[in-house]
Design a protein around this ligand. Sequence first.
Ligand code: NAD
Length: 323
Amino acid sequence: MPEITGKRVLVTGGAGFIGSHLVDRIVKELPASLVVVDNLFLGKEKNLEEARIAFPALKLYRADASDYESMGEILQRERVDVVFNLAVIPLPTSLERPRWTVDVNVAIATAVCELLREGRYETLIHFSSSEAYGSAQYVPMDESHPLLPSTPYAASKAAGDQVVLSYRHTFGLDAAIVRPFNNFGPRQNEGAYAGVIPIVIRRALQREPVIIYGDGEQTRDFVFVRTTADAALRAYQQPETRGHVINLATGQELSINRLVRAILEILGIEVPVIHEAPRLGDVRRHCGSAELARKLIGFEPETAVSDGLAETVSWYRQQLEVK
Ligand SMILES: NC(=O)c1ccc[n+]([C@@H]2O[C@H](COP(=O)([O-])OP(=O)(O)OC[C@H]3O[C@@H](n4cnc5c(N)ncnc54)[C@H](O)[C@@H]3O)[C@@H](O)[C@H]2O)c1
């Protein structure tokens, strides 16, 4: 079984939300070297503070992962063995700049595939998204669920996956794809393009009304971020994952209404909840099957949503009170 210990590892998007938790997780395995490629579009150096303390040799290249030339130079200079590919332009940006989002997200997938095909490193673990499925046609959604992306972001993720699978099929790349459902936890971006959980916490702490888009009965399958980071590592360690797309989900469905109520309860704050028009492209229902992940990598989400939410709320409370 391949181990990360002693390997030279590169994480694209490693200064972002999930990427920085993956970096923390990899550090524990004592890699020979650890390199982050992030252009800091949304990522922050601060997200790597804990990793830098635990692993002072950690390097951050402020570079564009969609740039084949720069990625090639970095891979060569760092003699990288494994790439975890998380760099992405997020969903909300794709509603404002759709063409650019699609171009960049697909180019990131193509660059890492092309460089693997050329033998510049050994193994790719690529991050997809449950958004690639669009709204559930049935639940729980397994990996055979049709890809019906409802935003340009989702389409770019589906396209990136197809690029990876096609390279695997044609050139036999040592590559696997993990497909997380909605992640939550500390360090999720709470500024521009923030996710629902950080926005609700921020507004409540500022005693502002919380806005829910649509009737709030839309559901998501929320996965705690450290669970995802751990699963990505396991996907690398288990060669049977190669050539597969693997859902990372809990199989639990939570409506946005219930999520908001749970956050307000944990905070102990009462603010008005206002419903506004649904957001463009919002999926109605998401609930994933993690059967394949269970089988291939022994995936068992250990953190209950309620525990994960409590940790997340307390983290944001600290962050926002410091500012
Ligand atoms: N957050 C979720 O709920 C979720 C769910 C499913 C899948 N995913 C996937 O997980 C991965 C990580 O998502 P995240 O939530 O941590 O997002 P994030 O925005 O926090 O992290 C993405 C990182 O990529 C960086 N980046 C953007 N464009 C880049 C480029 N061209 N070159 C280098 N770096 C670039 C950003 O600065 C950021 O640090 C993505 O591939 C995303 O599609 C996320």
